[in-house]
Ligand binder design. Structure first.
Ligand SMILES: Cc1cc2nc3c(=O)[nH]c(=O)nc-3n(C[C@H](O)[C@H](O)[C@H](O)COP(=O)(O)OP(=O)(O)OC[C@H]3O[C@@H](n4cnc5c(N)ncnc54)[C@H](O)[C@@H]3O)c2cc1C
Length: 301
């Protein structure tokens, strides 16, 4: 199995741009695909070598969620990220973090700015997410007022510093769009958990862009077998609950009894889980419907 030494040298300290002024870059890495395999062979013994090659072993471990071998490799990043996105990122407790101190140093003089054509509406069907884009005309007004607010907040901050206010107090009215920087070190198991949550379409677009950059531009070249298995068994996979499995089995039985191949929404509602039947809205039923659409068992809604 090839090591990742050449990729590490190519990536180290190379800033990968994210958003308008952010970046992620690799500072250090411990281990490669081989480190995962080596750890697994210690726990499973020499026997594993005979029955599976390295790639196959990594795929087996990922499929069966044997996580500890993936904890044997670690990655350290430097990231520059707006504070609102950092607030979501920092919730992942299994990393080690050192953040730029705005008590000790002047706050970074950069804010994330939204161009006129990138303002998003509130999603109609999801209280947490975004919907379509607002018109660029409305966006132009929003971008202009954002600039004015950010400039005025920065001037106020600098004036406070000039007048002798402590940095720890002067910062309190800086907007959440202000960039911060941090070192972030995490093992590959917990990094993949972060990526699975934050590359997902339910995650906010801004953090999704960071997660995608980390995954595609750093983890993929450094851990090619791990990344391939992660794409196959996590990112591109689908989780079926007991309720989903039983519904699919009722649906396919109904179709074959009627000599049909394509199901309709009425078929779906008829075979839905009994606990959903009386609910006008059910998130679980909606999720199940989407899985069936993905499986080609229901037409897209
Ligand atoms: C789309 C999305 C929406 C979200 N919305 C909200 C929200 O509205 N409000 C909100 O507060 N948060 C929200 N979060 C944050 C979310 O609830 C988690 O806090 C965050 O994703 C970190 O996940 P984690 O705890 O699994 O990760 P980590 O902290 O990295 O932990 C990894 C795993 O380690 C284990 N672990 C770590 N620490 C402990 C511990 N102390 N005790 C037991 N087990 C532990 C758990 O198994 C955990 O899954 C959201 C996250 C996402 C992705």
């Amino acid at each position: 199995m090839p090591t990742n030494a050449a990729q590490v040298e190519e990536l180290r300290w190379k800033k990968i741009s994210v958003l308008d002024d952010g970046f992620v870059c690799l500072v250090d890495v411990m281990g490669d695909d081989q480190a995962v395999v080596q750890a697994a062979r210690v726990s499973y013994g020499e026997g594993t070598k005979k029955v599976s090659d390295d790639r196959g072993l990594i795929r087996y471990l990922m499929r069966h969620r044997h996580s500890t071998p993936f904890e044997m490799a670690e990655i350290k990043l430097l990231c520059r990220v707006p504070m609102d996105t950092w607030r979501q990122w920092i919730r992942h407790r299994t990393a080690n973090v050192n953040e730029y101190s705005t008590r000790y140093s002047l706050a970074i003089d950069a804010t994330q700015r939204t161009p006129p054509d990138q303002w998003r509406t509130q999603a109609a069907n999801n209280r947490q997410g975004s919907g379509d884009l607002l018109s660029p005309e409305v966006g132009a007004e929003l971008t202009a007022s954002e600039l004015a607010l950010q400039d005025s907040a920065r001037k106020l901050y600098e004036r406070r510093i000039e007048l002798g206010v402590a940095r720890e107090q002067a910062r309190k009215d800086l907007p959440l769009s202000t960039y911060t920087e941090a070192y972030w070190k995490v093992d590959i198991h917990n990094l993949l958990h972060f990526l699975a949550l934050r590359m997902d379409s339910h995650a906010q677009l801004e953090i999704r862009e960071y997660a995608t950059a980390i995954g595609e531009k750093i983890v993929k070249p450094l851990f090619p077998y791990v990344w391939e298995a992660f794409e196959d068994y996590r990112l591109g996979a689908m989780f079926l609950t007991r309720l989903d499995v039983e519904l699919i089995s009722r649906l396919t039985a109904k179709l074959s009894a009627n000599g049909r191949v394509a199901a309709t929404e009425d078929d779906f509602l008829e075979v839905q889980d009994p606990t959903w039947k009386d609910l006008t809205r059910s998130r679980e039923r909606d999720e199940c419907r989407q899985k069936l659409v993905r499986l080609g068992l229901l037409p897209p809604t």
